[in-house]
Design a protein around this ligand. Structure first.
Ligand code: ADP
Ligand code: TRP
Length: 346
């Protein structure tokens, strides 16, 4: 495993994960853990830059841990931990904050957006300002090769690269590895119940780990047009269709595409082959049922596993503690290198 490239990603514990998170973040990250030495962590300190209800932060932290494990993270093969368990991260963050230009952070998107929304420097906390430095420490602590991020995190990655260069320049040798960003330019945008991007902020999500009843009612509430029963269904830009295509096997996805195009459940049968021709119609109700089934099929085992894990907090804590121990063993080597180069006595 030692000669494999290292990949790292962090997830903020904010809210219960939805299918957009699964398809856009969890599934691709899990793919990378197969070919890389993977570091995967819960960015709970980052979550503190916005006001957190303590109870909710605790719940969300467990929820993210259980989600990733239920979706297939193997804690024996992945370094899986919680950011706040690593004092090395915050120490390195401070060191990096002493080489990262104020101007660079002052031009970051998050701070500019906050100001554009009318926040003054009195309203903006230093955590929001320093957010990219903490993120740089998350990454640079482990000699990471690749950080897979969406476009929204690109600037944070660039700041991490710049912080590494600044420190290396200052000490005159490469004590920190400059990570590459793996930016997926066409990261799929998973649509939500109302057709807009699925997002907690739009309240249009389908949670991965709700009960069967909740899942059913969410799927049933997806907005559809008023196509008459038996007419072809519009597939382009349509939520049920897109979610189905992302979750189903290619073969099943092709079947659904034909059902949409013909408005028939079995397009190869004439309607007259049915005692009631309408039995062969394929409408929105059928499409929703198909989607419900494919979600159950694809995520059913993970849903069961999640339900078990979330009830076993001591087990989750134990796994995270073991992960933190492994992460600290790796990170302390890098921090020692940095400390020595700076003349910090240890
Ligand atoms: P939300 O928009 O619900 O608050 P986050 O911003 O917390 O979601 O996103 C967490 C991760 O999930 C990010 O990597 C993000 O790119 C991914 N993600 C969130 N929503 C979607 C979506 N609708 N389609 C694809 N990826 C998504
Ligand atoms: N900022 C990331 C987000 O909002 C979360 C994060 C924190 C992260 N530290 C990281 C992602 C390090 C990748 C690498 O989604």
């Amino acid at each position: 495993m030692a000669d494999r490239k290292r990949v790292l990603t962090g997830v903020k514990p904010t809210g219960v994960p939805h299918i957009g998170n699964y398809l856009g973040a969890i599934r691709p990250a899990l793919e990378l853990t197969k070919t890389h030495d993977a570091f995967l962590f819960i960015a709970d300190l980052h979550a503190l830059t916005t006001r957190q209800d303590p109870k909710k932060l605790t719940e969300d932290t467990y929820s993210v841990a259980a989600t990733w494990l239920a979706c297939g993270v193997d804690p024996a093969k992945t370094t899986f931990y919680k950011q706040s368990d690593l004092p090395e991260v915050t120490t390195l963050a401070w060191i990096l904050s002493c080489v990262t230009p104020f101007g660079l952070l002052n031009r970051a998107h998050a701070i500019k957006d906050a100001r554009a929304k009318g926040a003054t420097d009195e309203d903006i906390n230093n955590g929001v300002f320093s957010y990219p430095v903490l993120m740089a420490a998350d990454i640079l602590l482990f000699d990471i090769d690749v950080v897979p991020v969406g476009k929204d995190q690109k600037q944070h990655l660039e700041i991490a690269q710049e912080a590494a260069r600044k420190l290396n320049n200052l000490v005159g040798k490469e004590v920190l590895k400059t990570p590459a960003a793996k930016i997926d330019e066409d990261v799929m945008t998973v649509p939500g119940l109302d057709g807009r991007k699925m997002s907690k902020s739009y309240d249009n999500t389908i949670e991965i780990f709700s009960t069967d009843k909740q899942l059913e009612s969410k799927v049933m509430s997806i907005k559809t047009d008023s196509t008459s029963y038996g007419d072809p269904l519009k597939s382009e830009g349509e939520t049920i269709f897109q979610l189905y295509q992302l979750l189903a096997t290619p073969e099943r996805a092709r079947v659904l595409a034909r059902q949409y195009a013909t408005g028939r459940r079995d397009p190869d049968q004439p309607d007259t082959a049915f005692p009631d021709p309408k039995k062969n119609y394929f409408g929105w109700g059928n499409a929703k049922k198909a989607l419900y089934e494919v979600i159950q099929e694809r995520l059913g085992p993970a849903r069961k596993e999640y339900a078990k894990l979330i009830e076993d907090k001591p087990y989750l804590r134990k796994l995270l503690a073991e992960g933190a121990e492994r992460a600290r063993a790796t990170g302390s080597v890098v921090l020692a290198r940095v400390s020595d180069a700076l003349g910090i006595v240890r």
